[in-house]
Ligand binder design. Sequence first.
Ligand SMILES: Cc1cc2nc3c(=O)[nH]c(=O)nc-3n(C[C@H](O)[C@H](O)[C@H](O)COP(=O)(O)O)c2cc1C
Length: 280
Amino acid sequence: MQDSKEMLFEVDKNKCLKCGICVKDCAFGALGVGKDQTPVMKQPQNCMLCQHCFAICPSGAVTFDGIRPEEALEVESADIPTAQQMENWMKVRRSMRSFKDEDVDRALIEKLLKLLANSPTGCNARGLTFNCYPDRNAMNKFRKSFIKVLEEHRDGSKLLPRWLAAPAIKLRNGTGDMFFRGATGMLIVSCDETKTGVATPLEDVVIACSNFEHLANANGISTCWCGFLKLVQNEVPELLEKIVGIRRSTPFYAILFGKGSTKYTRGVERGRYAEIKINS
Ligand SMILES: Cc1cc2nc3c(=O)[nH]c(=O)nc-3n(C[C@H](O)[C@H](O)[C@H](O)COP(=O)(O)O)c2cc1C
C-alpha cells in the first residue's frame, strides 16, 4: 500500500472517456474533475480506498494502488451464483456438528482467507484480523490451551459455572467436545476497534464469518458457528488474550470447519417463523 492517497489513483488519459462516472460514484467526494475533464484525487483525506472508481470505469482507465484493470474480474463474465442456486443454498445450508478425522486442504483454506478480504466493512475500514487454526494439529493445540486457561482461571473464590466446568472436564478427558464439535479447523475473526476509521467492528466480523461459511461450503467444507467460544470468553475474559493475543473486549466471532461426517437429506422450511412486515 502506498503512503500517499493522491498516488493511489492514476488515470490513463488516453483511455479516459471523461464521462465523470467515477467522480459521481465516489461516496465522500474524494474525486473531482480536473482542468481537462479527467478525474483527479481532490480530497484524498476522504478516500476510503473502496476502489469503486476502479470498478466502475467503463474504459478501464483507472489504476488503483498499482492494480491495473486487466488484473480484475470483469462483471459481465463473472460466473456468480444464480437466483435458484442461492435459493437452494438458503434452504440446505446446515450447521455441521460432527466432523471426519481428516484435515482440510490447507491451500484451499489459504485461498478462502484471501478472498475474505473482499468482505465489506463499514467505511471500508478493513480492520479485521483472521486467526485460523487450519488443521487437527493446530486445533488440538488450541483445545489444550483452552483447557489450561480454564483450569488456571481464578475469579476471586468463584468456581467456573457448572455449564462450563462439566464440558471442560469432558474435553480434557477426551470424552466430549461440546465447544468445538470435533472440528478439525477454526477461524476466529476479530476487529481492533481502536484502529482509525473502524465504525462497525462487530458487524464487520460477523459478515466476514458469514462469508466464510458460504465460501467454505461451496468448496465442500462444512462449518458451524462457535457461539460457545463467545460465552466462555464472557466468563473467562483473559481466554483469547492468553491463547491468541486478542485483547479483552475486542469484538470477535469464531466459526468451526472441517469435512462434515453427517448428511442431511432435505432442506428446512423456516419461513413461517419469521416475522415479515412489508411497510408502505
Ligand atoms: C451466531 C451463532 C452462534 C452459534 N453457536 C453455535 C455453537 O456454539 N455450537 C453449535 O453447535 N451451534 C452453534 N450455532 C448453530 C445454531 O444452533 C444453528 O445455526 C441453528 O440451530 C440453525 O441450524 P442450521 O444452522 O443448521 O440451519 C450457532 C449459530 C449462530 C448463528
